[in-house]
Design a protein around this ligand. Structure first.
Ligand code: NI
Ligand code: MN
Length: 226
């Protein structure tokens, strides 16, 4: 699977002939200045929750690409009310078979409000299972035993885990999450964007390496295959 990182918790995965974009927050992110947002044309945009640092560029990218939104009921209702009606709503524990594979909206321990302060439903993450393999994106969350249920679903090619601490789990808990998930290849997200979530890259990579895991910390715009 080809992965492109766009900074913060935004990345895309090319799988089963489709491009899935997660949590677009690019234009307000000074670290992602080099990314050309107008060139991002996904087939689907998956939203873990309603916070602005996960949805800031949804409208722009959805309009330029015609992408279908996937998210929890309240997040989708909010965007639908703004005219983005090409959308599919889910809720915690539910799964649905799309043309690229099966998506499960997994539980996350966090909060969720929309940019205007309205209720954003239950925050979550995504387990994506395709003919080319499965991957998991934690969304913003604390470390939770619920992640062990993701491991039950089978082997993951990679997991995108938040690890910036303060608002979500930090590196140490993300290492534990990787162990519970039984996953070797980890894409780090939700770090460095704001002062309280700046991390020591080398120390973080070392912490994963000690447990036999590979932590990928990409620069915005970078591509890798996992
Ligand atoms: Ni959040
Ligand atoms: Mn966040």
């Amino acid at each position: 699977m080809d992965i492109t990182y766009y900074g913060h918790a935004c990345f895309s995965v090319r799988v089963a002939g489709k491009t899935l974009l997660f949590d677009p927050f690019i234009t307000p992110n000074p670290l992602a200045e080099s990314v050309d947002v107008t060139a991002i044309k996904p087939d689907y945009i998956l939203l873990s929750h309603g916070h602005a640092d996960h949805v800031a560029d949804v409208e722009k990218i959805a309009l330029q690409s015609g992408a279908r939104l996937i998210g929890n009921f309240e997040v989708i209702q909010w965007f639908s009310a703004q005219g983005l009606t090409n959308a599919h709503s889910m809720n915690s524990g539910g799964s649905f078979l799309f043309d690229f594979g099966r998506v499960t909206y997994t539980p996350a321990i966090h909060s969720s409000s929309m940019p205007d302060g309205s209720y954003g439903g239950q925050p979550g993450g995504f387990l994506v299972e395709t003919d080319e393999g499965a991957f998991y994106y934690s969304g913003d969350t604390a470390l939770t035993h619920d992640m062990k249920l993701v491991a039950v679903a089978g082997r993951l090619r990679f997991a995108a885990l938040c690890l910036g601490d303060n608002f979500t789990m930090g590196v140490e808990d993300a290492v534990t999450a990787a162990e519970w998930l039984g996953c070797k290849e980890i894409l780090g997200v939700h770090y460095d964007t704001f002062p309280p979530i700046v991390i020591d890259h080398e120390a973080a990579k070392e912490a994963f390496l000690k447990k036999g895991k590979k932590l990928h910390l990409l620069a915005p715009g970078d591509v890798c295959q996992l």
